[in-house]
Design a protein around this ligand. Structure first.
Ligand SMILES: *Cc1c(COP(=O)(O)O)cnc(C)c1O
Length: 466
């Protein structure tokens, strides 16, 4: 399989090079040059397979012959081995026609484990063959850092440095990172804000010499392999509820548009998806864009669902590229208008095409709490605020009674105990990955928000390519 850039001015790459480079040199995001086809017979053949086996069948065409099937199967088995549910991504019915797809049984209790566990193994596999190491650096305000650390902690060819703002992540979130004692894992608490952390990471990537010496790499959601890994659970969930003979609707709590784009990819591959519901919290740029065609940046306002508090949904660029039939110049024009003027308009005919599949709605904080309470009253289950946004969106929009609706449960309730307690009066019990966390030893280096200090530390602790 070949990959091209959404901006149309970068050479096509094979899977491994697209994996290792993340962002394309023209500033675009990589997409496959064509969508592999999931024929009805392929879908039928998935039923009864383990999650890891099904994943191998679904993603193999995206990789082509660059990684052999046995190696891929081993990586997949290994990636999903420590998920705490035998189904890996189980479906739970919560209403007549409404299901939860539980994506929080991985080691850090959020769906990001699905993609990052596989991504780290793919990275390591390629590095091993090439005889290279990488230094992964990233800034986190919460979920992504811990998922990246848990994915990389046992990888021999990766060092990982995660920056977080000192005193500004929750204690649970911090401890999920700082209690990992693997020698290749380095936590840095920055005396500053999340924006300071992000600015430091960006500055390190822009320092050519440092970038080359340390062979820097990122694991953020613009990497194609993260989207690819997420296609799998859309397919397995739909097959469980009757695909290919019956279509399904998905409701997806959305921030960066990465997860819901994976659903779009599954649809392009032939999975019978009736509707894709883009559910946002009050940071509703995507809901506004799909309603009006005007994509306009507004200020971010903090919510109970912090992983969806975003300004710019970077993966939306991938949808635009498809809506514009692969016209990189049109995408470049929109993205330039976004960075120069804070927004762009989607042509009406292209918007109509998006609306053929997507619905979108925004759920405010009160409705989020009300949904957590309702699910608890009706089923006894505790859901987290991100999940509640998706479930509430599914209920708020008119649904075809013949089509099952699957709401993605993206985090475990115990990760957001304050919001859940506010809604239900009960604090959710901590599952095994959180038990003992508050007593475990922590390791973390605190540094000033100073690029030289951070680079010196990373050079000292990391293992530069000699
Ligand atoms: C990251 C995250 C989201 C948003 O996913 P995107 O791919 O950015 O749209 C939703 N819920 C949780 C719990 C997350 O961690």
């Amino acid at each position: 399989m070949k990959y091209l850039s959404t901006r149309g001015r970068a050479p096509e790459l094979g899977f491994e090079d697209a994996l290792m480079s993340g962002l394309a040199p023209d500033g675009g995001l990589y997409l496959p040059t064509r969508w592999p086809v999931l024929a009805p017979d392929d879908l039928v053949a998935l039923s009864g397979l383990s999650y890891a086996k099904a994943a191998g069948r679904i993603i193999a065409p995206f990789i082509g012959d660059e990684i052999d099937a046995d190696a891929l199967d081993t990586m997949l088995r290994d990636a999903y081995r420590d998920f705490r549910h035998p189904a890996t991504a189980p479906l739970i019915q919560i209403d007549d026609n409404l299901w939860l797809l539980e994506l929080f049984h991985g080691p850090t209790l959020a769906f990001k484990d699905f993609a990052l566990k596989l991504l780290a193994r793919l990275f390591d596999h390629v590095l091993e063959r090439r005889g290279e190491r990488v230094t992964v650096i990233g800034a986190t305000s919460g979920d992504t850092g811990s998922a990246a650390i848990h994915a990389c902690m046992d990888r021999p060819n990766i060092d990982i440095f995660i920056l977080h703002p000192e005193g500004r992540v929750s204690e649970v979130q911090r401890r999920q990172m700082t209690t990992v004692m693997a020698p290749n894992v380095h936590n840095i608490a920055i005396r500053g804000t999340f924006d300071d952390c992000q600015a430091l990471v960006k500055a390190m990537f822009n320092d050519e010499a440092f970038r080359r010496d340390m062979n820097l790499s990122a694991v953020n959601s613009i990497n194609w392999a993260r989207v690819m890994a997420q296609i799998v659970y859309y397919v397995t969930a739909a097959v469980s509820l009757g695909a290919p003979s019956r279509g399904v609707t998905f409701a997806v709590p959305t921030g960066n548009f990465g997860d819901v784009f994976a659903g779009y990819a599954a649809s392009r591959m032939g999975l019978p998806i009736h509707r894709l519901i883009v559910a946002t919290n009050r940071n509703d740029i995507l809901a506004r864009a799909l309603a009006t065609g005007r994509y306009r940046v507004a200020g971010v306002s903090p919510t109970m669902s912090p992983s969806m508090d975003i300004q710019v949904a970077s993966n939306f660029e991938r949808l635009l590229f498809d809506l514009y039939d692969g016209d990189g110049a049109a995408v470049t024009e929109s993205m330039t208008a976004l960075s120069d003027g804070g927004g762009f308009d989607i042509a009406p005919d292209r918007l109509e095409r998006a609306r053929d599949l997507f619905d979108a709605t925004r759920i405010d904080e009160d409705a989020t709490l009300a949904e957590i309470a309702r699910v608890h009253t009706e089923t006894g289950l505790s859901i987290d605020p991100h999940t509640a946004v998706g479930v509430a969106a599914a209920r708020a929009l008119p649904q075809d009674p013949a089509v099952p609706v699957i709401a993605l449960a993206t985090a475990h309730a115990a990760k957001f105990p304050d919001a859940v307690e506010r809604a239900t009066g009960l604090r959710p019990a901590a599952p095994p990955p959180l038990a003992g966390l508050l007593e475990a030893e922590e390791r973390c280096q605190t540094l000033d928000s100073d690029i030289a200090a951070v680079q010196t530390y990373i050079r000292f602790k990391g293992q530069p390519n000699a």
